[in-house]
Design a protein around this ligand. Sequence first.
Ligand SMILES: *Cc1c(COP(=O)(O)O)cnc(C)c1O
Length: 368
Amino acid sequence: MQFNKVLDDVKIYEAGKPIELVVREYGVDAKDIIKLASNENPYGTSPKVTKKVQEIAKNMFMYPDDSMFELKEALANKFKVESSNIIMGSGSDQILEFAIHAKCDKNSKLLMSNVTFAMYEIYGKQTGATIIRTEDDEHNLDQFRKLYKEHKPDMVFLCLPNNPLGECLDTKDVYEFLEEIDEKTLVVVDGAYHEYAAFKDEKKKIVVDELISKFPNVIYLGTFSKAYALGGMRVGYGIAKKEIIQNLYKLRPPFNITTLSLAAAVEALKDEEFVVDCIRKNFEQMKRYEEYAKTKGFSFIESYTNFIAIKFDKMYNSSEVAQNLLQEGIIVRDLTSYKVNAIRITIGSDEQNTKVLKVLDEVLKKLK
Ligand SMILES: *Cc1c(COP(=O)(O)O)cnc(C)c1O
């Protein structure tokens, strides 16, 4: 059967392995499995949010409020923008899909860092567009500038901080770069881990209302999946000037956020204390991985997120390490598919990290 030709070149996204798969394939007891592969918040969801979702469950026979009034109001307040500057998506993934499909066709070009979030390329190729990548793995704005001048891309992607490597550009440098970009080019600033970066270093902080008023060709993406601990609820948002948002709305299916998800997100925004506490613990725990990497002589990228990428250089093969961890019930992300010999580990809870570091050490000794 013939399908749309552009799909010949589209790879299927490989999500972090679910716990159920490890139970089935390796016979590890579900309660012993540690999943640190998808950058979920290891402290679970705020109890206030869980309670709210239970209360609201009785309404699930009805369609959700498609205007998403309450959640958009809450986000508009938080970011000091208007509701009309916001579009909600089933994860910020869906906003990426809207933005790329709204802007691109087979003649378009997309510019991104060499090693960055895989969905930029996947959605891009769905439109038949051409992908242009920098040479360096980590974001390098001079390379972005050069390629921008050479190719005049229709879209530019800045992942701040970057998944899967963890680095983050300074906001001052991002602004300088954005000054040089033509208004015809749509720039995506993906802030999926922005809460972490802004907490760790003031220089990384992006003020969203300032960003979109200074640069009317920018869309900022945020998500409830990471710091807000709602990965299973699928809620993300895009913030941009009205004209951009209205065009994205043309692609939005009705009721794309469920009633339970809307309620959970509204409640999560009321409990910022929980989020800050999780972020603080995240960076405390991250130090343990940094120390471990140092003692082993592995390089790692300074991370502004809730994960760390540890590089094995020529010492080990990251797929082998990941595979061996998996057999012990520890799920991490091998970065071989990104052509990087590294594993990405989501920073877990204190107890999880103790176990991961112990098992990792055993695995490395075995593979020596
Ligand atoms: C997790 C992630 C997203 C979106 O996640 P959703 O769960 O779809 O909101 C977007 N960009 C990056 C870089 C991510 O890591």
